[in-house]
Ligand binder design. Structure first.
Ligand code: HEM
Length: 386
């Protein structure tokens, strides 16, 4: 059977396929870290704010909600900026499939921009309201539902690009791109995998915030303990979601995933890191906040995302190969001088992002201490009075 992939662009790729793949995997891994913090962090903020604004509620509930909510607009900046590079690399490598699926759900795909802007605005509102101890949980839930919808649109597009057999009927169904296909058995498990991962990663984010933000000891201990509990529960659930993703794949894909060593390493590596993350979360529950656990958790989350993205890349390549599309057969004519300039700028860009992140974090802490001195630890209070 032949599948309706459009003919490839006559202009060859300007760099080797492996280089585009490495860049794609690294930047997508970073996009996923920010994305998971946003997805889980926002709903946790909603729940903490709901209970924290009830009469007689413990003070640290809304203080934790506020501390997290104020960082979410920044997290969103990283979700977006770290989403752009993998989108470019994916389009370069898989444009024939991805452009087609994007056009076929065009109305939904383009609506992401409007939904994103609304979500962003809501995030600022939530941050503003939690700061003054006002009820903001309904806005946070509204924003979270919109984020869940964007995630659904993404999961749909990145699975539809693997199903050329559905393209014709989908176009006949809605040439406007208004139909969102629901029949693909792999879409929902992938979406659920991202949503459960959101709570797990946000739990580790709370553990990380317990030592890296200059908050009071009570709020730090609360974030550490609650973050540990959420992370332990949701990493365990995510193991189940990952198995569901695997089971939903066609037999030919499953067979290749379990026989190619790269994907075996990525798959088992991801399971091992997830088990380590559960152990870190349990330690956070039973111990006081510690830098070792905070940073150990952060590094493990990054490694977990990278191995997940590698495995996900395997699902895509193998599925497309079963349909006659081999990404490794793309015509390549490497322009090394451009590649070197690009790589230098890429590394400089990553360095600048890291530096910006550290500046923003420091300014947030100062802002927090000025706005609400009760958040500050004893040592930072002394620093402020100097
Ligand atoms: C709140 C906003 C966003 C949400 C909730 C979101 C969600 C997601 C999800 C759930 C996936 C995985 C889909 C799957 O494979 O099942 C994904 C992948 C991806 N996202 Fe985002 N995303 C957001 C913003 C963005 C933005 C603004 C961009 C780029 C401009 C972007 C670029 C990408 C790319 C390129 C991939 C996959 C790349 C690949 O398959 O190689 N995302 N996103």
């Amino acid at each position: 059977m032949t599948y309706p992939f459009p003919v490839s662009d006559p202009i060859p790729l300007p760099a080797p396929v492996w280089l585009f793949k490495i860049l794609n995997i690294v930047t997508l891994g970073l996009h996923f870290v920010a994305l998971e913090i946003l997805i889980g962090g926002l709903l946790i903020v909603a729940i903490l704010n709901y209970f924290g604004t009830r009469q007689g509620a413990r003070l640290e509930l809304n203080q934790s909600a506020s501390l997290m909510a104020r960082r979410l607009p920044i997290v969103m900046t990283y979700v977006i900026n770290l989403g752009v590079p993998p989108l470019l690399f994916t389009q370069v490598l898989y444009g024939q499939a991805l452009y087609t699926s994007s056009v076929l759900i065009g109305l939904w795909w383009i609506s992401v921009i409007a939904i994103l802007m609304l979500t962003y605005w809501l995030l600022y509102k939530v941050a503003e309201k939690t700061e003054t101890n006002q009820s903001a949980w309904h806005l946070a839930i509204g924003s979270w539902l919109l984020i869940g919808l964007i995630a659904r649109i993404y999961s749909t597009n990145f699975t539809l690009m693997l199903r050329p057999e559905d393209w014709q009927s989908l176009y006949e169904n809605s040439a406007l791109g208004a139909a969102l296909p629901m029949s693909d058995p792999t879409t929902t498990p992938r979406w659920i995998m991202m949503l459960t991962g959101g709570f797990a990663v946000a739990g580790i984010w709370m553990v990380w915030l317990s030592t890296t933000s200059k908050t009071s000891e009570t709020v730090g201990a609360y974030l550490n303990g609650l973050g540990g509990k959420i992370a332990a529960a949701f990493f365990a659930l995510q193991l189940g979601a990952a198995y569901w993703v695997f089971l939903a794949q066609p037999d030919a894909v499953k067979e290749q995933l379990t026989s190619q060593s790269l994907y075996l390493i990525a798959g088992y590596g991801w399971i091992a890191i997830t088990v380590a993350l559960i152990a870190i979360s349990v330690l956070a529950i039973v111990r006081k906040p510690s830098l070792l656990l905070s940073w150990g958790g952060a590094v493990a989350v990054l490694l977990s995302m990278l191995s997940m993205v590698l495995y996900r890349d395997g699902i895509r390549d193998i599925t497309l190969l079963t349909k006659g599309f081999d990404v490794w057969e793309r015509n390549v004519v490497t322009n090394w001088s451009v590649v070197v300039i690009f790589l230098v700028l890429f590394v400089v860009g990553l360095g600048i992002i890291g530096w910006l992140l550290s500046v923003v974090m420091r300014s947030k802490e100062e802002q927090e201490m000025t706005l609400n001195p009760s958040f500050a630890t004893e040592s930072t209070k002394k620093e402020m009075t100097k």
